[in-house]
Design a protein around this ligand. Structure first.
Ligand SMILES: Cc1ncc(COP(=O)(O)O)c(C=O)c1O
Length: 454
């Protein structure tokens, strides 16, 4: 097959075949017919992603390499932030983001000990995804849960001052289903009290928020932002995530934690870029101990592969278009529901964008009014072929993973009550707005929901 070909020519031929294979056998969508299942999310891709993936596989570098470098650079450029580190999931991104705050490199900042230590408190919410909170508990810090508002489904910032104690070191929360939380209030609260802010941006990539100095992407206003590239998310690489920051010290810690805890910053396969590999003095090691194997943190290995990054590079080029489609689909559902049933808002609370925000929606969240039974609405909507989702944990503190802590009342705090969080657990559900949805699918979703709440 490759007779008389150079390696480059052989590679080109393979990639042309992959391109044709993808065009022939993937993405052949038949027109939507009522009864077809409408999932809440799906990958949107074409032969660009597949050829990039195979190109990287043929190179067989496997670990982070040239596609990772390209992805990290392009992703940071897109967000307008200085540093981005690719990791293997959004949960890993959250783990690194939180653990970064525990680094011994974070000593006093302006006379205040900024380092998070076991027993310190982190303000968060219970209405969301568990791995926003899990790293706090795993480390032995204390999550302090604050209620959320409906219909924004984000932290109730009027409760922030009540949540503060002399142990508070950080706020770590997600932008729920793409809707930005009140970044003006949360950023000001953190600045006033010298707290770190981690934005879990896993469900909000492409959302923008207007601060006093202008518009910014969510994930770039806090000290650290995180993303997920799991298939249902705004863009995908199968499994994958990112941690990003503008702060060089935080970036140094993020890199160290991601890459086994090492002190050296040489990328995989490179040695001695600084020229001082054998002449430094670290800890109680002998002078000149190989810097490649000097550890400044107890770290992990949470890198992604270059094959994942290769898919991500192709997705990123399409990404601004994905965001526009998500916004259009959200607007279509809002308009469609309101025009299909004049009384829809007597039955369901519809979602609303937070003030000062331009959301890149992950989903379309609804809460059943008191006399509407969520279970019946969800079952009917699902029976009409429309996949529904709960707001992840609903109220995380009610889950079995909390049994022990709830039992002995230790290891977490709740500020006031979590009345809206419980309401979400009992009465909310959401449907998708992913970029591959057609007008026909969106109209069918509206019809299914209107029928279900009758
Ligand atoms: C808000 C939020 N944070 C974190 C994650 C975890 O991302 P991953 O599935 O890539 O670990 C998710 C997952 O869906 C999420 O919704």
């Amino acid at each position: 097959m490759f007779e008389n070909m150079t390696e480059e020519e052989a590679r080109k031929q393979i990639l042309e075949s992959v391109d044709e294979y993808c065009r022939t056998y993937h993405n052949k969508r038949k027109p939507f017919e009522p009864g077809d299942r409408i999932t809440y999310a799906s990958r949107v891709y074409d032969s660009d992603e597949m050829t990039n993936l195979v190109d990287s596989a043929l190179e067989f570098w496997l670990t982070s390499g040239r596609y990772t470098d390209e992805f990290e650079r392009s992703f940071a450029d897109y967000l307008g932030i200085r540093f981005c580190s690719l990791v293997n999931s959004g949960s890993s991104a959250n783990l690194i983001a939180f653990m970064t705050l525990t680094s011994p490199l974070l000593g006093d900042v302006n006379g205040k000990d900024r380092r998070v230590r076991p027993g310190d408190e982190v303000i968060t919410v219970a209405a969301g995804f568990p791995t926003t909170v899990a790293p706090i508990i795993q480390y032995g810090a204390v999550p302090v849960f604050v209620d959320v508002t409906i219909p924004e489904y984000n932290i109730d910032t009027s409760k922030l001052e009540d949540a503060l104690s002399d142990k508070t070191k950080a706020v770590m929360i997600a932008h729920t289903l793409g809707n930005p939380f009140d970044l003006r209030a949360v950023r000001a609260f953190c600045d006033n009290h010298g707290l770190w802010l981690i934005e879990d941006n896993c469900d909000a990539l492409g959302s923008r928020y207007e601060m006093e100095d202008g518009w910014h992407f969510t994930g770039t206003i806090g000290d650290i932002g995180t993303s997920s590239f799991y298939p249902p998310h705004h863009m995908t690489m199968g499994e994958g995530g990112a941690v990003y920051t503008d702060n060089p010290l935080l970036n140094k810690i993020i890199r160290s934690l991601r890459d086994w805890g090492r002190d050296c910053v040489c990328p995989s396969g490179k040695d001695n870029l600084c020229g001082h590999r054998f002449d430094g003095k670290y800890g109680e090691l002998p002078v000149g101990y190989d810097h490649k194997y000097v550890y400044s943190h107890f770290g992990y290995n949470l890198k992604a592969t270059d094959m994942q990054a290769a898919i991500g590079c192709a997705q990123l080029k399409k990404f601004p278009g994905f965001v526009e489609r998500r916004k259009e689909n959200f607007a279509h559902l809002t308009g469609g529901l309101k025009s299909a049933a004049k009384d829809i808002e007597d039955k369901l609370i519809l979602p609303v964008a937070s003030d000062h925000s331009d959301p890149s929606w992950f989903g379309f969240m609804m809460t059943c009014r008191e006399d509407v039974d969520r279970k019946s609405v969800v079952l009917k909507t699902e029976a009409a072929g429309v996949q529904t989702r709960a707001l992840f944990a609903g109220n995380l503190t009610k889950h079995p993973c909390f049994d022990e802590m709830r039992g002995n009342g230790k290891g977490f705090r709740i500020v006031g009550d979590l009345a809206n969080t419980d309401l979400i657990m009992e009465r909310s559900f959401w449907v998708g707005v992913y970029p591959g949805m057609t007008k026909e699918m969106l109209d069918h979703i509206c019809m299914a929901i209107v029928e279900a709440v009758k």
